[in-house]
Design a protein. Structure first.
Length: 533
């Protein structure tokens, strides 16, 4: 899991504040027939503030309302957004972005380079406690600002003019253009306007504007006619209908009340593929489910053979077939589709099941365990039908192949978030990571000594050296090879047991076009159009 849900509620009647607001004048002539896209959303957004959004429901809406310096194409390529072009110097640490002359806010004001600076200073301000502050930590001064050692105005950015933004980084980062396509780097409207009691419209710079928020029910967006690329926006109105229940969302889709869902009931994929073969859209995305081993204490402290035995005892193909959710079996940490990278795999990934099981049993015995002297493990995971089923299947495999007794500890999500840091409570921990940006370092950082996301306690100076070397390299090819070596090293040490790579799952009506989930599972409403039906 890459983020804890931020529980911030925003009432629809109070849509204003720091963003600035202006009167919403309904255009009578424009109330003619409009193209409407009805999207299912598995939960209500906690916020539409780019500085506060850490849950996927919020960021889905925000990416329709706002646009950053760059954007992702439907295929996942990074292309110009509010910035028409950019340049990086030879050090790989200084980026200069040229903003578009025709980039406007929805109130007609020009989008300026200063709007980005204000937004980023706000994200990094420790007084605000933004959950996405670390996303900007590559910028000079950002880490010191987050820690309270520098003022937010000390950030290593400059604005030579309204349409030029210069950003200094602490190290080379070839993926930086993709990072600024994330909602944490979106600008905010920096000029305050007077409030009006007659109604508000969110001031945004993206393809859509916010026109209605019905708490607990839906959010409605209308096309932003002042958006610089408005001609490419084919859908006039987007309705996001909230439904935390997968079956309820499917029922709405089946009844013709939704044009697309953002998920599919886990127990219905096989049947839906038969019933709606042209409407089930399953695509891989950058997310890995894995088990972390407690390297801070026995039995895994210094017992690599035991860790390897557990990894080899799992039949991943049978696991994903049993879950029937479309996942892809994982024998490595970094998912397929990662930019400028060849994912690494365990050397035994292709051996026969018989050889794999025989090797697992041999290693288990060499680690000091047997059927007569079985290992007992405590497996901690957060409550979820899919996660619980995974734990039960894996525990059964460990029992069948090795004779291990596994105690399953199922905890509510918030309790689990605390327990995972208490290493006396577990031996094996259910974990997952989905990428914030498309780069292998986003996954491998999980194993760096001292990383806030390193739950296993794994520490290897050789790995840290490789990771740091890659982080400071401006050579993309060299950096890729170093990161691949780092993943090989981690896989050989077995601090984690990858289980499967995630896939996105949704139902899409046959009259929709342009629904192409990219590697980060982002589907922009701007890219979708509706055929006559």
């Amino acid at each position: 899991m890459n983020r804890q849900l931020l529980l911030l509620a925003i009432a629809s009647a109070g849509i204003a504040g720091f963003f600035g607001c202006h009167r919403h004048e309904p255009a009578a002539a424009a109330q003619e027939a409009r193209t409407v896209l009805r999207r299912g959303l598995g939960g209500e957004p906690s916020t539409l503030d780019p500085a506060a959004a850490s849950d996927t429901f919020s960021t889905q809406l925000i990416q329709d309302l706002y646009e950053g310096l760059t954007v992702e194409s439907p295929s996942g390529d990074v292309i110009p957004g509010i910035a028409s072009s950019w340049h990086v110097d030879n050090s790989g640490q200084r980026y200069t972005f040229q903003l578009r002359n025709d980039a406007l806010w929805s109130n007609g004001k020009r989008v300026r380079s200063q709007d980005f600076v204000l937004a980023w200073e706000r994200v990094l301000d420790p007084a605000r406690g933004s959950p996405v502050a670390n996303d900007l930590s590559l910028i000079v001064g950002a880490s010191e600002i987050i820690a309270g050692r520098l003022s937010p105005t000390s950030l290593g950015v400059s604005t030579p003019s309204d349409d030029v933004l210069v950003i200094n980084l602490v190290q080379p980062a070839p993926f930086f253009p993709e990072l600024v396509a994330h909602s944490s780097a979106f600008p905010i409207f920096s000029e305050q306007s007077a409030r009006s009691h007659e109604g508000y419209t969110w001031v945004s710079d993206g393809p859509y504007t916010l026109t209605k928020w019905q708490p607990g029910t839906q959010i409605e967006l209308h096309k932003n006619t002042l958006y610089w690329d408005a001609k490419a926006v084919k859908v006039d109105t987007v309705q996001y209908q909230f439904s935390a229940d997968q079956n309820a969302q499917f029922a709405a889709y089946r009844a013709g009340q939704l044009d697309m869902t953002d998920t599919i009931p886990a127990n219905a994929i096989k049947e839906l593929r038969k019933e709606y073969p042209n409407e089930v859209v399953i695509a891989p995305y950058l997310g890995t489910a894995y088990y972390g081993l407690n390297f801070a204490r026995r039995p895994f402290d210094g017992n690599k053979k035991l860790a390897k035995a557990l990894a080899m005892a799992i039949d991943r193909q049978r696991l994903v077939d049993s879950l029937a959710l479309g996942q892809v079996e994982a024998f490595g940490i970094v998912p397929p589709g990662t930019w400028n990278y060849t994912p690494q795999r365990w050397e035994w990934a292709s051996v026969s099941d018989a050889d794999r099981i025989a090797s697992a049993r041999k290693l288990y015995a060499e680690a000091g365990y047997s059927r007569n002297k079985p290992l007992e493990l405590r497996l901690l995971y957060n409550s979820s039908p899919e996660i619980k089923q995974t734990a039960q299947i894996v525990a059964a495999m460990w029992k069948d192949v090795l004779g291990i007794e596994t105690i399953l500890n199922d905890e509510e999500f918030r309790v689990y978030l605390q327990s995972r840091h208490e290493k006396n409570k577990w031996d094996v921990l259910r974990l997952a990571w989905s990428a914030d940006y498309n780069d292998a370092s986003n996954f491998l950082e999980l194993f760096r000594s001292g990383s806030a996301n390193n739950d296993t306690g794994y520490s290897n100076k050789a790995f840290d050296k490789l990771f740091d070397f890659a982080s400071n390299s401006a050579d993309s090819d060299l950096r890729r090879h170093i990161l691949e070596s780092a993943e090989k090293l981690v896989l050989d040490e077995y601090p984690a047991i990858p289980l499967y790579f995630y896939v996105s799952k949704r139902l899409v009506k046959p009259y929709l076009r342009g629904v192409k989930p990219n590697a980060l599972d982002r589907v922009y409403s701007k890219s979708i159009y509706v055929l006559a039906h």
